[in-house]
Design a protein around this ligand. Structure first.
Ligand SMILES: Nc1ncnc2c1ncn2[C@@H]1O[C@H](COP(=O)(O)OP(=O)(O)OP(=O)(O)O)[C@@H](O)[C@H]1O
Ligand SMILES: [Mg+2]
Length: 381
């Protein structure tokens, strides 16, 4: 099937901890074009620990994007993630499609640590196992409360939810669309947001291991805040500014002090202080990256012990925190694998009358989920 042949123009809506992202993609038989997109920030109290706590600021953010970008489309694909969502690959005895549909709730109950009445269950048949006596089935269960909250919120904003996906699969969809030549590869997709890191190990287009870790950009910011006695905002700024800072400013390279009467010792100590703070922040970030790598390794170990023989070839990062200073180098060293940052814009065109490409490129790391959702075929699960 051609990548571009699918129909359906639902908006991709990603409600993250720090911002709402909306992407609109128009598909023709020859291309998929971003016709519109927007990102609007959320205050910290809107979503706490992955749970929607306050409808108002989220509605405001959604409506701000729709209005500013003059978006008329009402159908929406959105997604859930975090603790209220369980994704599990299970093997079931060979059975017909009807039998599978009838028994899925019972099967789910054996594999999911929630009361079955509290969850919505969905599944996808991955492939018949090699010996043809078993089926590989991907089970997805999400707390009903989470889905209901989300759909109520979307309806309140005047939109119509048509697909509720899972963040990790939206990221996979975006990756597979952007890198069609890598379809056969075994890669770990790692999206690092503000509160969560979504891991999805895929091989030949099949998700083999999916997990959300409670670790993200906020983890780094909070530790910088605590260790350097800063406000959250100051710590966030420090973290984001890290990449631009000179590591160890020296008098000679930074300023030509010449023969002037400047109090060079005061200036030197200021520079020293700044240099010291920077290296202190770098140290904190490095230590946290090591912890994140350890968590990612646990997932890799699970994948390996689940009997999958294909080695992970590389790690593909996305999410706002994929911008973190030195993240690629450090994760690569700890995981002993090549680490890349995905470009979800590969294979997409954009409407140059409405969209500034420089800005779009800059926003790309935030957009993987919303792009993956906007690419979904409406009518699909
Ligand atoms: N240049 C940068 N350096 C480091 N971190 C950055 C940079 N730019 C953005 N971030 C971080 O990216 C995070 C936001 O990314 P993103 O929008 O993907 O998360 P989210 O979707 O809001 O959160 P979640 O998916 O966890 O609910 C914030 O923690 C922010 O600090
Ligand atoms: Mg996110």
């Amino acid at each position: 099937m051609s990548l571009f042949s699918r129909k359906g123009n639902a908006l991709g809506l990603d409600i993250g901890t720090t911002s709402v992202k909306i992407v609109q993609i128009k598909k023709t038989p020859h291309e998929a074009q971003i016709v519109n997109y927007g990102i609007a920030p959320l205050p910290p109290e809107a979503i706490v620990d992955g749970m929607i706590m306050d409808f108002e600021p989220i509605l405001t953010a959604i409506n701000q994007i729709l209005k500013e970008k003059n978006i008329k489309e009402k159908n929406v694909s959105t997604s859930v993630s975090g603790r209220a969502v369980i994704v599990k690959k299970v093997q079931l005895p060979m059975m017909s499609d009807e039998e599978l549909a009838d028994s899925i709730a019972w099967e789910a109950e054996q594999h999911i640590p929630f009361a079955i009445d509290d969850v919505e269950v969905d599944y996808q048949l991955l492939r018949p196992a090699l010996d043809s006596k078993q089926l590989d089935v991907l089970l997805v269960a999400s707390k009903k409360e989470k889905i209901n909250n989300l759909t109520n919120l979307i309806r309140n904003s005047g939109l119509n939810p048509v697909i509720i996906d899972v963040d990790a699969f939206a990221i996979e969809n975006s990756y597979e669309f952007s890198y069609p030549d890598h379809r056969e590869d075994t890669v770990a997709l790692v999206d690092i947001g503000a509160e969560l890191t979504n891991i999805n190990i895929i091989s030949e287009g099949i998700p083999f291991f999916t997990r959300d870790i409670s670790f993200g950009g906020n983890t780094f910011t909070k530790i910088i805040q605590k260790e350097l006695l800063l406000s959250f905002e100051q710590a966030e700024e420090t973290k984001i500014g890290l990449a631009d800072k000179e590591r160890t400013p020296t008098r000679s390279s930074q300023f030509d002090l010449g023969e002037s009467d400047l109090d060079t010792s005061a200036l030197a100590s200021l520079l020293d202080e700044e240099g010291e703070a920077t290296s202190q922040v770098e140290e904190i970030v490095s230590k946290q990256l090591e912890e994140l790598a350890t968590e990612i390794m646990h997932s890799f170990d699970f994948y390996k012990t689940s009997g999958e023989e294909k080695d992970i070839e590389r790690v593909v990062l996305s999410g706002g925190s994929s911008r973190l200073h030195m993240i690629r180098e450090q994760l690569s060293e700890h995981l002993n694998l090549p680490v890349e940052v995905s470009n979800p814009l590969n294979n997409l065109t954009f409407d140059s009358k409405k969209i500034d490409y420089q800005q779009l490129e800059n926003d790309a790391p935030y957009l993987n989920v919303a792009i993956g959702l906007a690419l979904r075929e409406t009518g699909a699960k």
